[in-house]
Design a protein around this ligand. Structure first.
Ligand code: GLC
Length: 646
């Protein structure tokens, strides 16, 4: 049982009637129950006796931060706590969007609530909205403040108005907490640049290359093409500062407990605007040690858990999402392992599933997908995934070389093939994507492009090829149908619901043209939305198809994530098959064909799993019965079936 479940249990009686509840008493109870964990985590990171001082500071900070939370949010927290694991519900369907690109500003988002409702969206991830440097700012991931709303998006008042509307409409909100770094214009960075020793101690700053070189010996590069190395020289103070991401993003030094305390205050100030899910950005990088790659270190996990246990006492309704785009065996650790199980992040991006789906499209085979998923460790009971097809970032090929080799493929050649397939290296490929951060010395590279363009729609429209257009649409719907039915929260990238193609306008912007991720950060086309009803266009087929699948998901409890996703072997290298099973023997069998040709499935599997009645299957997606006439069932190219258990 994780701490949230424990808090729920201990508060069971009080939570019965939220009108009579005393938030203060329940806060005291949570502090008491979390304190041993908080203390242990704090002292395993901050071992020096002089750190006692900061522990005392933390003990005073918790109640004072609790007081900064509004009465309304204190109650909302308890409402969510009482609700149980709401984030695992079949009702959850999310959308990620850039506020300005979607509809100008925060007011514009409020206006579009009916749009979200039409599609069935009840969870929003708004990309960074706080102040940032004027020039390059990594799409707002270089923060000048954790709370001040950037003027282009509106005001604090607009944000509060939006979050209160969202709460009233039952729409959950996720915002980023850029926990690993600030911009070089952040007040602490500015003071450090003016020579303040205190604030220089908030970052990793060195007067010469000795320590930077020692770090570099084992640090990989995140943006090798545009921001090589992990340190930036600042002539103002003749120092080197650690900048793992871009040169203007300064890594925070959490070895300094003061940084943790201040960032905890920043976190609470941020969620006090009405945030339900905190996207803990780049959290794999939080702790740095010379001689390591400074990613996924045990101390990073302790630190995240420390943040989590503290925040939980203050705002028990708010949950954490791990933004760790790392190998499958590392991702799972962000839910918390061993005695921290369930006490780190509640949700994590399922980057493995995402990368494996793209791998399956390119190879038309599901072997690596099945092999990797079959061998993945189970996640804790209370946690869930965010399943996604595309997001604002590149597609990293986080595939396991060991499994690639076991399939008889050469890992290096396989990765090269994927890059060529998606990034226009092969004439016959339908994809129109771009390389991101290609590193010629290692051959490593990542892929960028919009979902529709990577799946062939852009090229098919360009050459006016009806069958290719149909295939692209089927692939878009099939991948989204998989993330909508696999256990977890499906997160649709805004624009993908109307088949948005690559956007090349970023090439005209000096601050963006070096970052090809912008090709998939288009302005939302409200003109396309206005035309959805008019005629059968690729956009309307995609939109209506998604809307239909979302409504079916919401009607079927088996789609809730109760760790009830079971993979089955389809005995056909092109098919993907998994089952969602319910408590009362109900079930849905999801079947997808990644090949451009029809594929067959042995009917015996369907019989043994109990999906055949009177020689027929029932597909809830098409509302059609399918008669089985032989021992083999045919699955059409890129077909997706959601078969209901009779
Ligand atoms: C995360 C964001 C990415 C950003 C990076 C640095 O990975 O998704 O867009 O560049 O953090 O903040």
């Amino acid at each position: 049982m994780n701490q949230t479940a424990l808090h729920r249990m201990l508060a069971l009686k009080d939570l019965k009637d939220l009108k009579k509840v005393s938030p203060q008493n329940l806060f005291d109870l949570r502090v008491t129950t979390n304190l041993p964990l908080i203390k242990e985590l704090f002292y395993s990171l901050y071992k020096d006796p002089k750190h006692d001082l900061y522990f005392k500071e933390l003990l005073e900070l918790l109640p004072s931060l609790f007081q900064t939370r509004s009465d309304e949010l204190k109650l909302h927290d308890l409402y969510l706590l009482k609700k149980g694991n709401w984030y695992q519900s079949e009702n959850m369907v999310g959308m990620q969007l850039y506020v300005d690109l979607f509809n100008n500003n925060l007011k514009g988002i409020e206006e579009k609530i009916p749009y979200f409702k039409t599609l069935g969206i009840n969870f929003l991830h708004l990309m960074p909205i706080t102040t940032r440097p004027k020039g390059e700012n990594d799409g707002g991931y270089a923060v000048n403040s954790y709370t001040a709303v950037d003027r282009r998006f509106g005001s604090k008042k607009d944000l509060l108005s939006l979050t209160s509307k969202l709460r009233a409409e039952g729409i959950y909100l996720m915002l980023d907490f850029v926990v690993n770094h600030t911009s070089d214009e952040y007040p602490w960075a500015k003071k450090a640049l003016q020579g303040s020793a205190k604030y220089q101690g908030y970052y990793f700053m060195y007067p010469d290359r000795t320590i930077p070189d020692a770090f570099e010996a084992s640090l990989p590069e995140v943006f090798p093409a545009t921001s090589p190395g992990n340190f930036t020289y600042r002539k103002e103070i003749d120092h080197w500062v650690m900048t793992v991401f871009n040169s203007y993003q300064w890594d925070l030094n959490y070895k300094n407990p003061k940084v943790f305390l201040e960032m905890l205050s920043n976190l609470v100030a941020m969620i006090n605007s009405g945030v339900d899910v905190v996207r803990f950005d780049a959290l794999a990088f939080l702790w740095k040690n010379i001689g390591t790659n400074s990613q996924n270190l045990p101390e990073a996990h302790m630190l995240i858990s420390l943040f989590r246990m503290c925040l939980q006492t203050i705002a028990p309704g708010v949950i954490f999402l791990a933004e760790a785009i790392v190998a499958p065996k590392e991702i799972i650790k962000y839910f918390g392992e061993g005695n921290r199980e369930g006490n780190e992040c509640d949700v994590a991006y399922n980057a493995s599933l995402m990368a494996l789906l793209w791998n399956s499209i390119a190879t038309k085979k599901t072997l690596l997908l099945n092999k990797t998923l079959q061998n993945s460790l189970p996640k804790p009971q209370e946690s869930t995934w965010i399943n996604y097809v595309r997001c604002h970032d590149d597609i990293g090929l986080g595939l396991d070389d060991h499994y690639i080799s076991e399939l008889g493929w050469d890992p290096w050649l396989h990765r090269k093939f994927l890059l060529d397939y998606y990034c226009q290296g092969l004439d016959w490929s339908p994809a129109v994507g771009y390389q991101f951060m290609y590193n010629p010395s290692t051959g490593d590279g990542r892929i960028t492009g919009s979902c529709a363009s990577l799946l062939g729609l852009e090229k098919a429209i360009r050459i006016q090829h009806t069958a290719a257009i149909e295939h692209a649409i089927q692939k878009i719907l099939m991948l989204h149908g998989i993330i909508l039915s696999y256990g977890g929260i499906p997160l649709i990238y805004a624009g993908d619901e109307i088949g948005t193609l690559n956007d090349y306008s970023y090439l005209d912007d000096d601050h963006k043209k070096y970052d090809s991720r912008w090709v998939n950060r288009p302005s939302h086309s409200w003109q396309t939305v206005a035309n959805l009803k008019e005629k059968e266009t690729p956009s309307s087929i995609i939109f209506n198809g998604l809307k239909h699948m979302i409504s079916i998901r919401k009607k079927n409890k088996v789609f809730a994530d109760a760790n009830n996703t079971i993979l089955h072997d389809p005995r056909n290298p092109h098919l993907f098959m998994f089952e969602r099973s319910g408590k009362n023997k109900e079930g849905v069998l999801v079947l997808a064909n990644f090949d451009e040709h029809p594929q067959i499935l042995g009917v015996d599997v369907l019989h043994s799993l109990g999906y055949v009645k009177d020689g027929t299957l029932s597909d809830i997606l098409s509302s059609q019965k399918r008669k089985l006439n032989s021992g083999l069932m045919e699955v059409q190219p890129y077909e997706l079936l959601w078969l209901a258990k009779p």
